[in-house]
Design a protein around this ligand. Structure first.
Ligand code: GLA
Length: 675
């Protein structure tokens, strides 16, 4: 597979020299060298300057930038520059501007203002890619192509007429004929029956609830349209520069679920991700860890952190700056979980434009700042971690997630709006991490053919709220249990198939046999209403009327209310050594932690290292050399301890037996080889 060229852990940022007078570049390059920058992403939003008029390319300025970077030994992740079209495109072809759910067409003046299905946009963008590839494909600074930028960040779903026509074509391909479409969408309901594809519209504003299957197909279509743009740009690059790897920066993070990156991953040479801490979350670092583990799961190995922030962003209600040491700790949190690069948005904080209040590696106050000194320090630490590149992250637990599920659960007509596909997944991941157990977060879409083989490698497999589940996924989960894994399925899983049709005969449909549980009726709970379980714990959000088969051990039953006596937590031994656990309610942290500990004990999953305090502990190991690195990051307010032997690449200190980390402190211990 093509890989980005260069050695060690990549370090750098988006570099937007066009925002500054040309003479600033000498200082930029000098400061990059001082910081140990090795890779910068160039040209991401430069289309307007690279092609000021249709067909007239001005590339000389970019060549001077690349030359200067190369002379300083800095590699370039060169953008195809298609993310933000220039004013002339929508001036001449206004239909390129995307239309929102309420039928309002966007105006020009922000970014990413293009319809993913627009043939005009496709043609003009590919002409630019072709010209850039021809001009810079052999430039010695080029390490990697950066296709577009955060595809779908602002234009994931377009409801214009061009999109509607493309949607109809897509539907025809997917369903074949209109009878199959009617069947798949259950259109006998509310007189939605179609007699021709021409009648089908995009699921924009409607009088009442949309058809869930219609909405789901539109979400699938929208993700595929953007992937189509990616593939079209990639095809040009692969034709012109077959040896240069390509990437596009994903947004695996809280709240961005419009693109099925599982499916997209198969098209990537290098998976890269952008991640920003969301300070409205109760524990932003738990979400960071989840996103990084999910990016690794999608990539199937190491990946590149293409963007995060040195300090504050500019797009949250209050943009919290990073405390001393936080930037290093967050960076290492990504490296611990498989990142082979630490990149930022952006190199020099802008003085104007919508991101003028976003932090950068060089702040507005310049070089003589605590921030820049930390940037230099981070570069030095990453240089000492060069050999970590390419090593694997050790994990015995898999948490299964699925973008299609986030779409299927977007609708307003589910049994409870209080249930989200990823809610329990985050809770499980957070609790395991607090016990120093690493999980791979696997996206179903990344494994169209090999899910069973992949799951077979884990001791514990967690299937949280997998509402929509096709037969192959259910079979792969059952096979993991039969192969000896402890499988944990949580409520509202497997209840609909890939057409969002209810699996009849009792929930949880696809997992009923595996779990030996048959649910007759859901009893979701209002906010603030708990349900007592007979083991003394309390459930929230969900309860249900269920029966367990004879061979199922009921670990806890509902103790009161309409479902009193129904099984809430169960375990069924599976021939072959595994077991299938069922969790029928949202447990509080203490109860879920207890359950997960029991599951881990049954599966033989042990913590990465013995530790005290709120400390992330993750091990990367190089399969070829056997070398390993133990990452330890103290996110708590107290001193943390971790049992490990070796040399800490952050402090340079030798560690014998117990590492002590001050609050906020971090270490990467190159471990002494095992006896
Ligand atoms: C995204 C984009 C960048 C920048 C940052 C700001 O990640 O890719 O161009 O806008 O957000 O946080």
């Amino acid at each position: 597979m093509r890989q980005w060229s260069g050695t060690g852990i990549a370090y750098g940022a988006d570099y937007n020299p066009e925002q500054w007078p040309e003479e600033v570049r000498a200082e930029d390059v000098a400061l990059m060298r001082e910081a140990g920058v090795t890779l910068v992403s160039v040209g991401i939003f430069s289309w307007g300057l690279l092609e000021p008029e249709p067909g007239r390319f001005e590339f000389d300025w970019l060549e001077r930038v690349l030359d200067d970077l190369h002379a300083a030994g800095i590699g370039v992740d060169l953008a195809t520059a298609t993310a933000s079209p220039p004013a002339w495109l929508s001036q001449r072809w206004p239909e390129v501007l995307p239309v929102d759910h309420e039928g309002r067409r966007a105006t020009f003046g922000s970014r990413q203002s293009w319809c993913p299905s627009s043939p005009v946009y496709r043609e003009r963008s590919l002409a630019l890619v072709e010209a850039l590839a021809a001009r810079f494909g052999a430039h010695p600074a080029l390490r990697l192509w950066h296709i577009s930028n955060e595809l779908g960040c602002h234009n994931a779903r377009c409801y214009c007429d061009v999109s509607a026509a493309a949607f109809r074509t897509w539907l025809q391909r997917r369903h074949g004929d209109v009878a199959a479409l009617n069947d798949a969408w259950a259109t006998a309901f509310w007189s939605q029956h179609y007699t021709s594809f021409e009648q089908v519209q995009v699921p924009a504003l409607s009088t009442s609830f949309p058809n869930p299957a219609h909405a789901l197909d539109f979400a699938r279509f929208s993700s595929e349209e953007l992937l189509g743009q990616h593939l079209a740009e990639q095809a040009v690059l692969r034709r012109v520069t077959p040896d240069v790897a390509t990437t596009t920066n994903f947004m695996v993070s809280a709240g961005q679920t419009s693109m099925d990156y599982g499916r997209w991953a198969r098209a990537q040479d290098v998976v890269s991700n952008d991640h920003y801490l969301v300070h409205a979350l109760p524990d932003p670092r738990a979400e960071l860890a989840f996103a990084a583990d999910m990016t690794r799961g999608i990539a199937g190995g190491p990946w590149l952190l293409m963007e995060h922030s040195t300090s504050a962003v500019n797009w949250q209600p209050v943009n919290v700056a990073k405390a001393p040491g936080e930037m290093l700790r967050d960076s290492l949190a990504h490296v611990a979980r498989g990142a082979d690069g630490v990149m930022f948005f952006q190199w020099r904080a802008s003085s104007g434009g919508a991101e003028q209040w976003h932090s950068g590696m060089v702040p507005h106050a310049g070089r003589d700042t605590a921030r820049f000194r930390e940037v230099v320090e981070l570069g030095a630490v990453l240089r000492r971690l060069a050999d970590v590149r390419g090593s694997d992250v050790e994990a015995d637990v898999a948490v299964l997630v699925d973008y299609e599920n986030t779409w299927a659960m977007e609708g307003p007509t589910l049994p409870s709006a209080r249930v989200g596909h990823l809610d329990v997944a985050h809770q499980v991941h957070r609790l395991l991490r607090e016990r120093q157990v690493t999980a791979d977060v696997l996206a179903v879409g990344a494994h169209p053919d090999d899910l069973a083989a992949v799951l077979a490698g884990y001791r514990v497999v967690v299937v949280p709220t997998l509402y929509l589940c096709d037969d192959a996924t259910a079979a792969a989960v059952a096979a993991a249990a039969a192969a000896g894994a402890q499988v944990v399925v949580t409520y509202l899983s497997g209840v609909v198939d890939e057409r969002v049709r209810v699996r009849l005969g009792g929930y949880p449909g696809a997992f009923r046999e595996l779990l030996g549980v048959r649910v007759e009726e859901f009893h979701p709970l209002l906010a603030g209403v708990g349900t007592a379980l007979d083991d003394g714990s309390t459930g929230e959000v969900w309860s249900e009327l269920a029966r367990a088969d004879e061979d199922v051990e009921v670990l806890a039953a509902y103790a009161d209310g309409a479902v009193a006596g129904s099984p809430a937590l169960t375990r069924r031994a599976v021939p072959g050594g595994g077991a299938a656990w069922y969790v029928g309610t949202t447990l509080d942290d203490e109860a879920l932690d207890g359950l997960l500990q029991a599951v881990c004990a049954a599966g033989g999953v042990v913590p990465v290292a013995a530790a005290t305090g709120y400390v992330d502990v993750v091990r990367r190991r190089d399969a070829a050399t056997g070398r390993s690195w133990l990452f330890a990051l103290n996110h708590g307010d107290e001193v943390a301890t971790v049992d490990v032997d070796g040399v800490d690449a952050v402090s340079g200190a030798e560690v014998a037996g117990t590492l002590r980390l001050a609050p906020g402190g971090c270490a990467v211990v190159a471990e002494a080889p095992r006896a």
